[in-house]
Design a protein around this ligand. Structure first.
Ligand SMILES: [Fe+2]
Length: 387
């Protein structure tokens, strides 16, 4: 059995097993497959000019910089949305209770009891495997004044969906979701008046705010059973490819894939949330913003994967159909991104509400199409009521 992943050539290490799927090996006078046992081989590989290497992680060592070679589009879910929704609501409610308790304990200086967080990560992953749209709908519903709590859970959910899509092994998916749930735990040690200040932070306050990463790492390191993946996610989620991030100012490949993925889902959830001092961006607009900061802040390839995985009309997007109806996207299929299931509830031509009705735009019987995305702020209804 083999599991092939690709890595940037400058991340080659002793102990990796080169797969014969790597293009260009024979042309460069190298063995087409086998273990890397000598430093000279590492140097030779780097001197070839190849950009990537395919490695078999079932035969040799893995790397935090590997990317799976195949993605798994969100297709036909295992469980219908209505049914999974009930379970997902329980998971989300339990998550709120658990993360609140966790934050209270950390505030009191206690270490993290990782067992319940890992169970929550499993529950999230099972729900994502059954039907990711159920938790995506819940993640789109925001309560005021619960930002840190909801953000921690949502980043866990988004990480579960993205890492499953990227084809990571289940054990790694589990570790990544656990880390994502804990990524901002250090914020609980930032003084309340800074964390919740309704306005611009002073330079001193901003310095303190940025310390949440180091506080988080300290909490994780004093807790038992925290894995390296979770430490990377917590420690690197504010690092940026051009070195402008914090706390270390890491650059390029100093930031591993766990940190890069965490940065993407963290930014996406943060900018789609409405806070005291700014309105959240609609999901489709947030995707546009992620593309704008690709390359210098975020990893371009991974952002593309995220957009494909979440689709061009992510769950929670308000859309206008060509029949004049407005509705919110409640279910996506990443292999059919233009045709989600839309819960229609408003007739824009006649300006009145209608009984909510779900329309599957991918159905052969439906000829209606999306013609625009809309900003809920422009209307006097709350799309949370329809999610
Ligand atoms: Fe953070």
């Amino acid at each position: 059995m083999s599991l092939i992943k690709r890595i940037p050539i400058d991340k080659v290490e002793l102990g990796m097993y080169v797969s014969d799927q790597t293009p260009g090996m024979a042309e460069n006078g190298l063995r087409t497959q086998g273990y890397i046992r000598r430093f000279e081989t590492v140097d030779k590989l780097r001197a070839t000019g190849l950009k990537e290497l395919y490695i078999d992680v079932h035969r040799g060592i893995d790397s935090a910089f590997t990317l799976p070679t195949a993605t798994h589009a969100i297709g036909e879910p295992r469980v219908k949305l209505g049914k999974e929704r009930e379970r997902a609501e329980k998971v989300y409610d339990e998550a709120k209770g658990l993360v609140t308790e966790l934050m209270n304990n950390v505030k009191l200086g206690k270490a993290i009891d990782i067992g319940p967080v890992e169970s929550l990560a499993d529950d999230i992953n099972n729900s994502v495997l059954n039907n990711p749209n159920a938790l995506l709908c819940l993640a789109s519903i925001r309560e005021k004044d619960q930002y840190l709590l909801e953000h921690s859970i949502n980043v866990g959910i988004l990480m579960g969906i993205l890492s499953q899509y990227l084809g990571y092994e289940q054990e790694l998916v589990h570790q990544m979701v656990t880390g994502a749930l804990l990524h901002d735990i250090g914020k609980i040690r930032v003084p309340y008046n800074i964390l919740n200040k309704p306005g611009k932070l002073s330079p001193e306050e901003w310095t303190e705010m940025k310390r949440h990463v180091v506080y988080g790492q300290e909490v994780l390191l004093q807790s038992e059973g925290i894995n390296e993946v979770a430490l990377s996610i917590c420690g690197m989620h504010h690092e940026r490819l051009d070195g402008s991030g914090y706390p270390m100012g890491l650059k390029d490949y100093e930031i591993n894939n766990y940190g890069r993925l965490a940065a993407i889902v963290d930014v996406y959830d943060a900018i789609t949330a409405s806070r005291v001092y700014h309105k959240g961006k609609p999901p489709a607009e947030a995707m546009g913003f992620l593309q704008e900061i690709c390359g210098f802040h975020l990893d371009t390839d991974l952002v593309r994967h995220f957009i494909r995985c979440m689709s061009v009309y992510p769950v929670g997007t308000l859309v206008e159909l060509d029949n004049g109806k407005l509705g919110v996207v409640i279910s996506i299929k990443s292999e059919n991104p233009d045709s989600p299931i839309v819960r229609c509830f408003y007739n824009a031509r006649h300006r009145h509400h209608e009984k909510p009705a779900d329309i599957d735009l991918s159905s052969k019987l439906i000829e209606t199409k999306i013609i625009a995305t809309e900003n809920p702020e422009d209307y006097d209804f709350n799309i949370n009521d329809f999610l």
